[in-house]
Design a protein around this ligand. Structure first.
Ligand code: DX5
Ligand code: ZN
Length: 226
C-alpha cells in the first residue's frame, strides 16, 4: 500500500502574537495544521480554544486538526466543529468508549481520530481503528511543546502500522511530540505517515526552512516507496 505522507505543523510553538503570519509562512510545506487544545484538567496547561480556531480558519485553507487534550471531549467537540475544524482528535484516556463521539463527529462532518498517551497500549485503541481516520500516537506525555521524544513508543507505532495493514484500513498513523529531523526517520521507519511537529518548526529561527526540511524528508520517503 502506498502511504500518503503528511506534515502537520503544530502551532503550539508558534509566536501567538503573529500566529496568522507564522501559519502562512509554513503553509506551502504543510498538509494540515495541528492545533493543541488543553483544558487545564486533562493536562495542567490551558492553551487555546475555538476562538483561535475560528481566526485560523480565515487565514489558511489547509485542514485544521484540533487535538483535544481535555477531560470532556464530548462537551467540547461541537464547538470546534462550529469554529471551522476539519478534524478532531481526542484522548482515549478521557473517553473510554469513543463510539458515540465518533458518531457525533461524523454527523458534524469531521474527520475523527483518537490519541493515546505513551503508557496506553495499542490494544486499547485497536478495536476502534476501523472507525477512525487517524491514530495519534503520542511520543511525549501530553501537555507541553519542546519535550524529548520517547523512543520507547516506537514499537507501538510498528504495532499500529501492522494492525492497520493487516486489516487493510485507511487509518493514518500520526506521531506527536519531540518529532524533529533527528527523530522523524525512526518514526517513518516504524510506520508513521503523519508527522506532527511544533518546536522543530516554529521553535526554529526560520520556520519555513525547518518545515521545508521535514517536507523533504517525507518526499524522499515517497520516492523510495515502490
Ligand atoms: C503535546 C502536543 C504536541 C506538541 C508537540 O502535548 O500534543 O502536539 O505541540 O510539540 P513538539 O513538537 O515541540 O514536541
Ligand atoms: Zn498535539
Amino acid at each position: 500500500v502506498r502511504l500518503a505522507y503528511k506534515l502537520a505543523p503544530s502551532v503550539l510553538a508558534a509566536d501567538f502574537a503573529r500566529l496568522g503570519e507564522q501559519v502562512k509562512t509554513v503553509e506551502p510545506f504543510a498538509d494540515l495544521f495541528h492545533v493543541d487544545v488543553m483544558d487545564g484538567h486533562f493536562v495542567p496547561p490551558i492553551t487555546i480554544g475555538p476562538v483561535v480556531v475560528k481566526a485560523l480558519r480565515r487565514v489558511t485553507t489547509r485542514p485544521l486538526e484540533c487535538h483535544l487534550m481535555v477531560t470532556e471531549p464530548d462537551r467540547q467537540l461541537p464547538q470546534f466543529a462550529e469554529a471551522g475544524a476539519d478534524a478532531v482528535v481526542w484522548h482515549l484516556e478521557a473517553s473510554p468508549d469513543p463510539r458515540p463521539l465518533l458518531r457525533r463527529a461524523r454527523e458534524l462532518g469531521l474527520r475523527a481520530g483518537l490519541a493515546i498517551n505513551p503508557e496506553t497500549p495499542l490494544a486499547a485503541a485497536r478495536p476502534y481503528l476501523p472507525e477512525v481516520d487517524v491514530l495519534n500516537v503520542m511520543t511525549v506525555n501530553p501537555g507541553w511543546a519542546g519535550q524529548a521524544f520517547l523512543a520507547e513508543v516506537l514499537p507501538k507505532i510498528r504495532e499500529a502500522r501492522a494492525a492497520v495493514e493487516e486489516a487493510g484500513l485507511a487509518c493514518d498513523i500520526a506521531v506527536d511530540g519531540g518529532v524533529s529531523l533527528e527523530t522523524a526517520p525512526a518514526c517513518l521507519d516504524a510506520g508513521a505517515n503523519v508527522l506532527g511537529a511544533a518546536t522543530a518548526i516554529f521553535g526554529q529561527p526560520d520556520p519555513a526552512a525547518a518545515a521545508a526540511a521535514l517536507r523533504a524528508l517525507l518526499e524522499e520517503r515517497v520516492a523510495r516507496t515502490p
